[in-house]
Each structure stands twice: as structure tokens, then as C-alpha cells.
Design a protein around this ligand. Structure first.
Ligand code: GTR
Length: 378
């Protein structure tokens, strides 16, 4: 165990740098070959559940529309249909992508997991939602991609009949305690979008950020923890079972999230309601799985349900793993004041004044962080 300060108390949490056997992790090699696989397995088995497939062999990409003069000529709009099938039928993810026209060569890209519906992602740009300020991304030289989480799985407790669970899950057996939940299904979709981006010559696949807000933030973290192709992971207001530590957390706790959203996580996670201290992991270890890649955590002052202090403390507790790689994690150990972003370390952080939301202010800080740390590789 190790400890961290949270809400004025010292909280005992599992040590990211000690194997379950008790052996210490002393090298990057120990981390990569022993501890990282062990932690991934613990998160799969106890929290998010296990996806039955990775990239389906029949995954297909079809560019269904290209408009070269979108956003008054600033961007090229591409609409791509990713399709696949499993024993339960056909599925598809519709990706909307804007690429800056002024960039020569491949552009870095921010991918949003949209959990708030298509009204925020108007391809015509007649409606420009502050939740996805694609024009701002283009102006700063980033491609902007988005997909709807509902393409993977509707956000309802439907007994895992719909979405990719219905396509890929075995039907003849009872559902396992570690079968994938809805957040894992959305994260699986993020990796399929990455599969596509790697084939698009206009995108620099080595400079792709995955971004999510709230339930989408939990998803971005689980996608980024598993899939090392994401160079930057951004978790905005991700709260419980996202960036925030479970132990010592205020606001939404494990029992509450499982009763409110029984479909988000594995059945095994239900065992830990009001028993946070029995979890073999905590969320700082999820953050650590992203090391040494870039991570950005964002909180909002009026988001007590997510618990900004628990989100920040988790970043503090993940930092020793970044240090093992010779990188700085968070650049400060105590919660910064609002509108004082921490951009120096490989874990970025800001606290924004206001409500639970994803806003142009948040996006601007994510881009500041990427400008600083995501080097242009020619
Ligand atoms: C809340 C839920 C949070 C968060 C949020 C959201 O109701 O309790 O964990 O995910 O929804 O996605 O906006």
C-alpha cells in the first residue's frame, strides 16, 4: 500500500509500483512486462469487464463523403463508415472528421467520444456546439474527429441485448461476472476509430488524442489504458470509475454508480459497493497504465459529484509511475486554484470554474497541453 492526501485525510491506496506478489517494480521493464499486464487484468476482471474481440477480421472502412471546402474552406470534411459483423449480426461506427486544410503533411487529431447525442456534432456546422468546438481545433492545426457512443451500445440497461454486446457475446452461456460492460464497449469503439485513423494519410496516427467527458471520460481512460496507440488521453470531469480515486471519494461512490448505471461496468464490480477498500486496485492505477504517454485530467469547481480533489489526488498517486520512466507526472502536489492549468508534466490538469460540462475553455487547455508535449514528427 501507499498513501495520498485527500479531503484533509491520509488515504491508504494500493501501490502502483508493487506487484501482487509483494515484489517491487524497480525498472521500466518490470513495469511493462509484469505490473502493467497484471493491473490491466485486475481492471478487466473487477471493473470494466473483458471484451470478447479486439479488431474484428472483417472490419471495413468506407469513406462515404468528402467535402474539401468545409468550414468556409478551413477544413476538409470526411465521413467514414466503419463496419463489422459478429455472430449476432452487423454493426457500424460513423466517424465525422474535419482535417485542417492549411496543414501540409499529416495532422495531429483529437477524437471525441460523444456521449451527448448528434446535436453536438453537426456535420454541416450550422449548429456549432461548445461541447465540440471543431472550428477551434481546426484553427489551431488539429484534426477533429468524433463518433457517437450509441453506435457501439445504447446507454440503457437493456440486458446487453443491443449494440456490440449483442453482436459478439456468446448467447448459449450465462453472462460471466467479468463480461464487458457498456463503458468497455464504447472504449472498444475508440480503438476501432484508431484502426481507421492509422489508414488515413491525412492523419498523423502517432499524435492522436482520445477525449471524453464524464461517462465519456471514463471511457477515454479505459481506451487509453488498454490501447497504447493513443498518444494523449483526456478525461474531462470523469469522476467515479474515471480519474477519481474510489477510496476516500466524496459525491458519487461505487454503490451509487452501480445502482444508477448497472450496465456501465462488469457484474463483478457490484461486489465493491460500500467496500472500496476491498478493491484490488484504485483509479490512480488506471491513470498509471497510460504512462509514459500523455494524460490530461480536467475538473470543474461545481462538480462535487465527480469530486475534483479525488480526481487530482489520483493524478498525484499515478505520478511515481511516470517518474519510473524519467518523466514528471503532475507538476504540483496540491490542488491548483481554478483557471491555473498545470501543463509542465506529462500529466496535465486544470480546475475550471463552473459546472459539470465540457467547454471551449477545457478544449483550449487540452490543445495548449498538446502543443507543448505532442511533438511534430516529420
Ligand atoms: C452522472 C453519473 C456520472 C457521470 C455523468 C455524465 O449522472 O453519475 O458518473 O458519468 O452522469 O456522464 O454526465
Amino acid at each position: 500500500m501507499t498513501s495520498v492526501n485527500l479531503h484533509g485525510e491520509t488515504i491508504e491506496i494500493p501501490d502502483p509500483l508493487t506487484l501482487s506478489s509483494g515484489q517491487k517494480v524497480v525498472s521500466v521493464q518490470d513495469w511493462q512486462t509484469k505490473r502493467r499486464p497484471e493491473l490491466l487484468e485486475l481492471f478487466r476482471a473487477n471493473i470494466y469487464g473483458r471484451a470478447p474481440v479486439e479488431r474484428p477480421r472483417n472490419l471495413k472502412f468506407e469513406v462515404v463523403g468528402v467535402q474539401k471546402e468545409a468550414m468556409n474552406g478551413a477544413a476538409t470534411r470526411k465521413q467514414i463508415k466503419l463496419s463489422f459483423s459478429g455472430p449476432g449480426g452487423q454493426g457500424a461506427i460513423n466517424v465525422l472528421l474535419f482535417v485542417p486544410n492549411r496543414i501540409t503533411g499529416a495532422a495531429p487529431c483529437f477524437v471525441l467520444i460523444n456521449n451527448r447525442g448528434a446535436k453536438h456534432t453537426d456535420p454541416t456546422r450550422q449548429v456549432q456546439s461548445p461541447f465540440w468546438p471543431a472550428e477551434d481545433l481546426i484553427a489551431r492545426g488539429y484534426a477533429a474527429a468524433v463518433f457517437e457512443n450509441a453506435d457501439l451500445d445504447p446507454d440503457v440497461d437493456d440486458g446487453f441485448k443491443n449494440g456490440v454486446h449483442g453482436l459478439f457475446d456468446a448467447r448459449d452461456k450465462p453472462r460471466a461476472g467479468d463480461a464487458w460492460g457498456t463503458v468497455a464497449a464504447w472504449a472498444w469503439g475508440a480503438s476501432r476509430v484508431m484502426d481507421y485513423l492509422q489508414t488515413d494519410a491525412q492523419i498523423d496516427a502517432r499524435r492522436v488524442a482520445i477525449v471524453g467527458h464524464s461517462r465519456g471520460g471514463k471511457t477515454a481512460l479505459w481506451a487509453g489504458a488498454q490501447d497504447a496507440r493513443f498518444a494523449l488521453v483526456v478525461a474531462n470531469n470523469s469522476g467515479s470509475t474515471g480519474a477519481a480515486l474510489a477510496r476516500g471519494k466524496q459525491g458519487e461512490k461505487i454503490a451509487k454508480i452501480n445502482s444508477g448505471f448497472p450496465h456501465w461496468f462488469s457484474a463483478n464490480y457490484k461486489k465493491f459497493g460500500d467496500k472500496e477498500s476491498e478493491l484490488p486496485v484504485d483509479q490512480h492505477q488506471l491513470l498509471a497504465l497510460i504512462a509514459p504517454r500523455l494524460l490530461y485530467i480536467a475538473s470543474a469547481t461545481e462538480d462535487a459529484w465527480a469530486d475534483p480533489e479525488a480526481e487530482f489526488a489520483s493524478g498525484v498517486a499515478a505520478s511515481p509511475v511516470y517518474e519510473l520512466f524519467g518523466r514528471k507526472g503532475l507538476s504540483l502536489n496540491s490542488l491548483p486554484k481554478p483557471e491555473t492549468p498545470l501543463l509542465d508534466g506529462h500529466i496535465g490538469y486544470h480546475l475550471r470554474t463552473g459546472k459539470h460540462d465540457l467547454t471551449p475553455y477545457d478544449w483550449a487547455r487540452f490543445m495548449d497541453f498538446a502543443d507543448r508535449h505532442l511533438p511534430r514528427r516529420l
